[in-house]
Design a protein around this ligand. Structure first.
Ligand SMILES: [Zn+2]
Ligand SMILES: [Zn+2]
Length: 330
């Protein structure tokens, strides 16, 4: 029997008696990170990497039984030893290493290799079997360096300010928003966040991640000018009545999906900035190579192209079906 396999609730480890990122409530859930396609509520007990404690508390509620381990610290569960290692995706995100009788598997969760000042960098972990995500597993996905992307976002904000417009930038509340805040130039104007972001910003600040000062957008105030301000909001706020308070706006979205025009499935926006918290095609290749794994299981996103590419390199590779393919997540 393989060390990890998919059952009706998620990725199951018989030898250790736990699931990883299960989609149904289970007795014991090990979590890679706090995004909603990975951290589902209702399980009896959770185990995750230390820096994700605040994120998971916010996501899973005050009653959830959450234990955490420092990165790299091993814990014995049944016949296995498990440990969490930085994945570079969002605050607290982890790859999960599972060892049993000399055999080592690593479950990547979501990851990226590009630098991000809001979380610990991805750490390659040697293993026999690597379960990798493949959200952007097509050769067309190649990210520009983040500083270059931030230069264009700041230039867009500056130009909106000069035209008396409010800039509204849509991004996912966990991870992407804080990465944006860390890369924006607060000298350009005041920074405001939708309530969904402000709660997560507080968790990041408590964890010691430096973010510029932000204010909650709050209730609409008659006569208040938003000219020159930058507002970070969740994609769900697009086109809602919540937007009306800002007066004349320029809108943009920051996401890896902005790479492909045809994939701009959200309402039309003035700008799309290509910024992802997932590995692009070269990063996926590099990460897989550095594990030294001879067997690679591919999950999330473009699985088949990645399996074909790996098989062509002489590796054992196959697609691993999961409940959430999460093409729009993050
Ligand atoms: Zn994620
Ligand atoms: Zn995901």
């Amino acid at each position: 029997m393989p060390l990890l396999q998919v059952d009706s609730d998620g990725l199951w480890c018989e030898a250790g008696g736990f699931h990883i990122d299960p989609w149904n409530p289970v007795p014991k859930a090990l979590l890679t990170h706090g995004h909603s396609d990975h951290a589902r509520p209702g399980s009896h007990a959770y185990l995750a990497g230390d820096p994700s404690r605040g994120v998971l508390r916010l996501r899973l509620g005050p009653e959830a039984h959450i234990e955490t381990l420092p990165y790299g610290a091993p814990l014995t569960l049944g016949a296995t030893r498990v440990s969490f290692h930085p994945a570079g995706h969002v605050l607290g995100s982890a790859q999960i290493r599972v060892e049993c009788r000399g055999e080592v598997w690593v479950v990547s969760g979501d990851y990226k290799l590009s630098p991000d000042p809001t979380c610990q960098p991805f750490e390659p972990v040697r293993c026999h079997t690597f379960i990798t995500e493949s959200t952007f597993g097509l050769p067309i996905y190649r990210w520009d360096p983040a500083p270059q992307v931030f230069d264009s976002i700041n230039a867009w904000w500056r130009s909106n300010r000069e035209q008396g417009l409010c800039s509204v930038l849509f991004a996912y509340p966990l991870g992407k928003s804080q990465r944006l805040l860390a890369g924006l130039d607060p000298a350009i104007g005041p920074l405001f966040c939708h309530g969904a972001m402000e709660k997560m910003n507080a968790v990041y600040r408590e964890a010691g991640v430096p973010l510029p000062e932000t204010a909650f957008t709050g209730e609409p105030v008659r006569g208040k000018s938003w000219s020159g301000a930058m507002v970070i909001a969740p994609p769900s706020a697009q086109g809602s009545s919540w937007m009306r308070r800002f007066g004349p706006v320029s809108t943009a979205m920051a996401s890896g999906w902005m790479r492909i025009r045809g994939r701009r499935r959200h309402r039309p926006m003035d700008r799309g900035f290509v910024l992802s918290d997932h590995a692009d095609w070269p990063e996926l290749q590099q990460a897989i190579h550095e594990t030294g794994a001879e067997t690679i299981l591919v999950t999330h996103g473009y699985r088949e192209p990645m399996v074909r590419w790996l098989t062509g390199l002489g590796k054992q590779a196959r697609s691993l079906e999961t409940r959430f393919d999460a093409e729009d997540a993050e």
